[in-house]
Design a protein around this ligand. Structure first.
Ligand code: MN
Length: 395
């Protein structure tokens, strides 16, 4: 005994005993088609029916609607019983059958009646209390209903006036307004009937309606997958591109409008003439024009500085450094402790952050440069003392 118990414990620890599934397939299937029986137990009932993204109640509604729409009376009885067990009410089954008369045809609905009667009789469900429907019809969303009615008038009324009238007055005016089956469930069984019968043309309208009524995208994905098993793979696969188009269109409609293309900003010279550089920061008087300061939050600014001969900056530094691009004339740049370096048009100078320096024209020639500097809290330059005549290179 002890040995047997320890072996059992070892097996349990290994955890690899094959998973067993409830036997759901009919016994005949085990004899006629063992793979069908095995797939029925393991995949259809062991996996698909257990997927949580669509509950058992919805799966039963989908299955029953598929069987009714496809005229599978032989399987309907068992699934009607399962539907009742899964929480579909007799009233909802009653309404589903009536609803599918319109979407799969009267014969399909009438055939379902006999199966439902057998199930109700077996369970003692009497017509009357269980099938009593609340009195007040549902109100349809007025704008959507007006659009739908207008589309029917435009497309159908000219060819088949009585069909248009029945569509507007009976199908949408009565059936869709019956409160015994929630609008989301009416949409669900309608989708099922369309997919199960391969009617892709009507699918977009009813997909939109179902999503508006609260069917979620994950549920929709489960419905299509579930249908593959009950209506066949081709029906499910044919629905997929239609669903994809509808979802893409809804995503596009819901996406925020693209931001307008940004506008060019042109600062005209006439409106912003050059102004003299502040006297305290220069020897001589440079003209500072084409000043630019990019948007608040972006931290560079600068301008075009034109020095007459002999004019120059004071000693100064830049907290984020500075770039100079020489555009005309001849000039100097000098760092603290270094030699004055000559500047010619086209030269580019990088002045590292915090480095004490000056720049300006030569004594004999004017010089102009573009200056670009980063700012710290709005400040690009720390100004110091003038460059003395003794420090300034001679002619
Ligand atoms: Mn500088």
């Amino acid at each position: 005994m002890a040995f047997a118990a320890s072996m059992a414990a070892a097996d349990g620890a290994a955890g690899q005993t094959p998973q067993t599934f409830p036997r759901m397939a009919p016994e005949a299937a085990r004899q006629v088609s063992p793979p069908l029986a095995e797939l029925t137990d393991r995949v259809l009932f062991g996996e698909i029916w257990r997927r949580e993204a669509l509950g058992p109640r919805d799966r039963s509604l989908v299955t029953v609607a598929t069987l009714i729409a496809n005229g599978r009376a032989a399987q309907l009885r068992g699934h009607l019983g399962r539907a009742l067990d899964n929480g579909v009410t007799p009233l909802e089954i009653s309404e589903t059958i009536a609803h599918l008369a319109f979407y799969a045809g009267w014969p399909a609905a009438i055939s379902a009646v006999a199966e439902a009667k057998a199930v109700y009789d077996a369970r003692g469900i009497a017509a009357g209390p269980a099938l009593a429907e609340p009195a007040a019809p549902l109100e349809l969303e007025p704008l959507a209903e007006a659009r739908r009615r207008a589309a029917v008038e435009a497309a159908v009324a000219g060819v088949a006036p009585p069909l248009a009238a029945q569509t507007n007055d009976t199908l949408f005016g009565e059936l869709w307004r019956r409160p015994g089956l929630a609008p989301r469930d009416r949409s669900l069984v309608t989708l099922v009937a369309l997919v199960a019968n391969g009617q892709a043309e009507q699918l977009p309208f009813h997909l939109e309606r179902a999503l508006e009524a609260g069917l979620t995208r994950p549920q929709l994905a489960e419905v299509i997958t579930h249908l593959a098993f009950y209506a066949g793979w081709p029906r499910a696969m044919s629905a997929v591109p239609v669903v994809a188009r509808v979802l893409a269109a809804r995503d596009a409609a819901a996406a925020p409008a693209p931001a307008p293309a940004p506008e060019l900003v042109i600062q005209r010279r006439a409106a912003h003439p050059a102004v003299p550089g502040p006297a305290g920061n220069f020897t001589g008087t440079p003209q500072v024009g084409s000043r630019f300061q990019v948007e608040p939050g972006s931290a560079i600014g600068g301008g075009l500085v034109a020095f007459p001969a002999g004019a120059r900056t004071n000693w100064h530094s830049h907290p984020r450094g500075q770039t100079l691009i020489i555009v005309s004339g001849e000039g100097w740049v000098q760092r603290d402790g270094g030699a004055a370096e000559p500047l010619r048009p086209g030269d580019v100078v990088w002045i590292p952050p915090g480095l004490r320096h000056w720049h300006g024209a030569t004594a004999a020639s004017a010089m102009a440069h573009v200056a670009i500097a980063g700012a710290v809290e709005g400040n690009t330059t720390t100004w110091l003392e003038p460059v003395t005549a003794a420090q300034y290179p001679g002619p």
